[in-house]
Design a protein around this ligand. Sequence first.
Ligand code: NUP
Length: 211
Amino acid sequence: MIVLALDVYERERALRIAEDVREYISMIKVNWPLILGSGIGIIRELKERTGLPMIADLKLADIPNTNRLVAKKVFEAGADYIIVHGFVGRDSVRAIMELGEIIMVVEMSHPGAEEFIQPVADKLIEIANEIEPFGVIAPGTRPERVRYIRKMLKKGIKIFTPGIGAQGGSARKALEAGADYIIVGRRIYGAEDPRRAAEELYKEVRAWSSG
Ligand code: NUP
């Protein structure tokens, strides 16, 4: 239910935080900061230390051949899911899906997402419904959009919502609107005590989902 966005540079710090919060999270997401700071080997290392599924948030957005070449290396490095952009078209997305599970961006969480991505969200939902990725990204900062995307999206496709905490989104509202997983970075890894921050969030989230 909680995906940790581990956007730190340092290998040691990443491993320490991951082990500290392990029991409160369901998956770990790595993005460019950690891959550039610690190397692609960090994916397998985190996976082996925690036993958790790993998401590589590369937001791939290239031609099918390049997407395939990159995705192959990233799946080989231990990623269970790769986050990909849908706006480059079905062929680019399918090229990655042939190699492993994907999470496709339907709408992003930052204010600028309203400029270009939100206006084409319906088309991206249509692609998702056709190709059936493991999940999609929807904005945790806009629960009304999460609710809309949930309504339009085929059942069974998971919704991941970043934007909770540091970007102002509420975990409760995102989950109530239909999110399956909330993605949380700074609110956990940036806290003075990441373990306590993760535990608090876990307890809140559990209380709402059982209530
Ligand atoms: O729309 C998106 N918004 C977003 O924040 C899609 C994403 N993949 N992310 C990522 O989620 C972002 O790059 C970062 O890794 C994480 C959110 O981190 P934080 O704002 O909770 O620190």
